[in-house]
Design a protein. Structure first.
Length: 600
């Protein structure tokens, strides 16, 4: 390993260039090893109790970083050269030999030409392992090796060359690895066929490139696949993030506590569903302004006692936002500052205002993002932890960054949202994505596409695209967080759009300013107006098979898609029709544009 100056941003060390990812720096192809290789004294610890409660035992640490010129003792991340096999761009010599020049590692050939990393590497189908292709071994396999002993027993390791044959066009058939010792050559087209590496006797080493060879305790049973070095599937990061907020208990949990503390509750439990329990439940419900069904549900154990289960991250955030909205102006001065704004007396389309029950100007928010691990090649492959230290008794170290930003929070009216999504046509439309999600290997990484989730998620994308014109932030700098679940006791229906920068503390204020209801409502109308006409219509609006794994309906780059780093589901689960309506379904906000465009 060696120190190589690079221009990676701090946030990029989590994703897309986190532990186990290939990154190109100044002509070098490098890979960051797991956190057990870090110099821990230069990686300061990050605190976030809510996130650690989800991760379990361990510690969050920020990758070592610096600004300006790098000196000899400057804190830095270690990197491993991968792939080790390289070819000279001048003489075509192919090898994994690395020389030194004036005491430093050199990335140049003996002839003076620059060494270029080989284009293909081998990835394990299910074990998430990656390794170099032994090009000398591969070049001396195949049909010629079976027919010619000179090829099979060749040991001229310095005679390997990699070059392009101009007479064979532009495909893989034109790329050839040739040994000038035995004169055998193989086209790269033979490399990418299914099972080709297995047929050539190349097996998975069962480890990551930076792990020593003696670290493998048992052989990996899965086959290797030859893939391009820069393929996106070579690295699938498993990230988790949380807003650093005071954890609030949902209203249902507080209600359950009040019910349990009522003097008649023990008698309801004792009767255990008998005739007296219903009468007593009605008395308790009358005293506490709840429904008898709620009381009977708590008595039957449908509610969890306080502190028994860890609240979901988004559930706790939702409860915290609702509390902030009710309090109005926030003067706490903490890392979570939200001003609740009222819509009373606001001028605008009533069809839109009636569906929004609260707006919050998020003046300051702290987010912590951590990398749990990664997978390779397949979303169902084995998860490789971010810390592969040999001694598992110590607390694992998770790479993490803290980001400070601002945002806008929108709460939607639960009653109107529930009435809309109860329509059979709406349920049928969302059911298309539910079925595809269930059949997709990404199912565990995606939210359940309920009608409310698809509609609010799509609306968040439309608003991000519009805010990019007015806020001073690029759309890639804006993030979303969707709160849209109806299968919980405390139903959620809201959107948080925020910006967070890991390289600077503080914000520019452009997003908070637009969170003023007088500015935000016109922006929402403009976002809907933009989405009403897509440059790909009528193909887009009539389509129900778009996006990765066909997990979008009427949504494309011309109308609804944003930067994948801005979307929590990677630009999946989107549909304009569930927002604006279509020929067979009513949208959540399908009458807003009609009201706006109606002559006054």
């Amino acid at each position: 390993m060696e120190k190589i100056r690079h221009d990676l941003r701090l946030s990029e060390t989590i994703s897309p260039f986190g532990v186990g990812a290939i990154v190109d720096v100044r002509g070098e192809s490098l890979m960051a090893p797991d956190t057990s290789w870090w110099d821990k004294k230069f990686a300061h610890e990050i605190s976030c109790e809510r996130l650690m409660a989800r991760l379990g035992a361990g510690v969050l640490k920020q990758p070592p970083a610096h600004a300006g010129r790098a000196a000899k003792e400057t804190p830095a991340l270690p990197y491993w050269r991968f792939p080790a096999w390289r070819f000279c761009e001048r003489c075509d010599k192919l090898s994994k030999l690395t020389g030194r020049k004036k005491g430093k590692w050199s990335n140049t050939c003996d002839c003076g030409g620059a060494l270029v990393p080989m284009r293909y590497v081998a990835v394990c189908e299910k074990g998430s392992h990656i390794q170099d292709i032994n090009w000398f071994q591969w070049a001396h396999r195949g049909r010629a090796a079976r027919l010619n002993e000179a090829v099979r027993f060749c040991r001229d390791y310095k005679a390997l060359r990699f070059h392009k044959l101009a007479t064979r066009g532009e495909g893989l058939a034109a790329l050839v690895v040739k040994c000038y010792g035995c004169k055998n050559e193989r086209k790269l087209a033979e490399l990418v066929t299914k099972g080709s590496l297995h047929q050539d006797g190349i097996r998975c080493a069962g480890r990551q490139p930076w792990e020593p060879e003696n670290s493998v305790k048992k052989a990996c049973p899965y086959e290797l696949v030859a893939v391009q070095r820069g393929a996106t599937g070579n690295y699938i990061a498993d990230k988790i993030s949380a807003l650093d907020i005071p954890e609030e208990r949902p209203k249902s949990a507080e209600t359950a506590d009040k019910i349990r503390s009522h003097v008649l509750f023990d008698r309801v439990v004792t009767d255990n569903g008998g005739p007296q329990s219903e009468l007593l439940a009605q008395l308790i419900a009358s005293d506490l302004a709840v429904t008898p069904e709620t009381v009977l549900g708590v008595a039957a154990g449908e509610e969890n006692p306080a502190g028994e289960l860890l609240l979901d991250l988004k559930d706790g955030e939702w409860a915290a936002f609702l509390k902030k909205l009710d309090e109005g102006r926030d003067r706490t001065g903490s890392d979570f500052v939200v001003d609740g704004r009222s819509l009373d007396g606001l001028v605008g389309p009533q069809s839109l205002l009636a569906k929004i029950s609260g707006i919050g100007q998020v003046r300051r928010v702290r987010e912590v993002r951590a990398l749990r691990g990664f997978r390779r090649h397949d979303a169902e492959a084995k998860l490789i932890n971010a810390d592969l230290g040999a001694d598992k008794s110590y607390r694992p170290t998770y790479p993490a960054i803290e980001l400070f930003g601002e945002g806008i929070f929108l709460r939607f009216d639960e009653e109107k949202l529930a009435a809309w999504e109860a329509q059979p046509e709406v349920q049928a439309r969302a059911g298309i994505l539910k079925k595809r999600r269930a059949d997709s290997p990404w199912a565990g990484r995606l939210d359940l596409p309920e009608p409310r989730y698809i509609a609010l998620h799509t609306l968040a994308h439309l608003l991000i695209r519009r805010l990019a014109f007015a806020s001073g932030y690029a759309s890639a700098s804006l993030q979303e967080r969707i709160y849209a679940n109806s299968d919980r006791t405390d139903r959620t229906a809201g959107i948080l759009i925020y910006t967070a920068a890991g390289d600077a503390q503080g914000t520019l204020g452009g997003l908070v300013r637009l969170g003023d209801p007088k500015k935000l409502i016109p922006l929402l109308v403009a976002a809907l107006d933009d989405a009403d006409f897509c440059s790909n219509d009528p193909v887009c609006i009539e389509s129900d098979r778009q996006g990765a794994s066909q997990l979008n309906l009427s949504a494309c780059h011309g109308c609804s898609l944003v930067s994948e780093t801005s979307c929590e589901t990677g630009n999946r689960l989107l549909d304009r029709q569930l927002v604006l309506g279509g020929s067979d379904v009513r949208g959540l906000l399908d009458d807003v544009l009609t009201d706006v465009r109606r002559p006054r």
